[in-house]
Design a protein around this ligand. Structure first.
Ligand SMILES: Cc1cc2nc3c(=O)[nH]c(=O)nc-3n(C[C@H](O)[C@H](O)[C@H](O)COP(=O)(O)O)c2cc1C
Length: 190
């Protein structure tokens, strides 16, 4: 059982990273093998909408995304953790998510070769926003949940939290507990 964490905050010591580490600790405790990708450390360009991948399933852009595609295919569950930037997700996470295009054909169906590995894959998201109202992150959750619904993956749920300064989330025991539990859930079959 492999659980992959995708960290979408560009800052060191971020609340998103603290929560993702909690989730991965939960997954490891439940027996999963865990890994983490810090998106800001990777070169990930935006999707060009060239549609070449619709035929081949392979993205033409030469950057670090193909190695991440491979890790996504290998994972049983993926937990994304991302702050809200301007009522949306960070540029790093959006570039990553747009590059999921490579998994689909022109009709937004899984590429045949990928289908067996993507079907039922478990997806969760953790959000952090500066606003005390955690629902500021609703558009971010909507992006991930809609992707899951469209593609028959398995939705693990969202842990939505607030925190503005680095490490604020250490004051929120409930948020860290919910992140840990999301990780535990990710390690089990949907
Ligand atoms: C460019 C930028 C835009 C932001 N936009 C919002 C926003 O629209 N709503 C909000 O609640 N917080 C916003 N924030 C605050 C962050 O969501 C908040 O600082 C969060 O703790 C960052 O998460 P991190 O610690 O994981 O990096 C913004 C921060 C930055 C740097």
């Amino acid at each position: 059982m492999k659980v992959l964490g995708i960290m979408g905050s560009p800052r060191i010591g971020s609340n998103s990273n603290i929560l993702l580490d909690e989730a991965l600790a939960g997954a490891a405790k439940a027996g999963a093998q865990v890994g983490k990708i810090i998106l800001v450390k990777k070169k990930i360009s935006g999707c060009l909408d060239c549609r070449k991948c619709n035929e081949t399933g392979v993205c033409v852009v030469k950057d670090d995304m193909p190695e991440i595609h491979k890790k996504i295919l290998e994972a049983d569950a993926i937990i994304h953790s991302v702050p809200v930037y301007f009522w949306s997700m960070t540029a790093q996470m959006k570039a990553y998510l747009d590059r999921w295009c490579a998994f689909f054909d022109a009709e937004w169906r899984w590429q045949k070769d990928y289908y067996p590995r993507m079907k039922g894959k478990r997806i969760g998201v953790i959000t952090v926003c500066g606003d005390p109202n955690v629902h500021t992150a609703d558009p971010v959750v909507h992006s991930f949940k809609s992707t899951v619904d469209m593609t028959k993956m398995c939705w693990l749920g969202a842990v939505m939290t607030s925190g503005a300064e680095k490490g604020d989330i250490f004051q929120d025991d409930k948020a860290r507990k919910r992140a840990f539990e999301l990780g535990q859930k990710a390690a089990k079959l949907c």
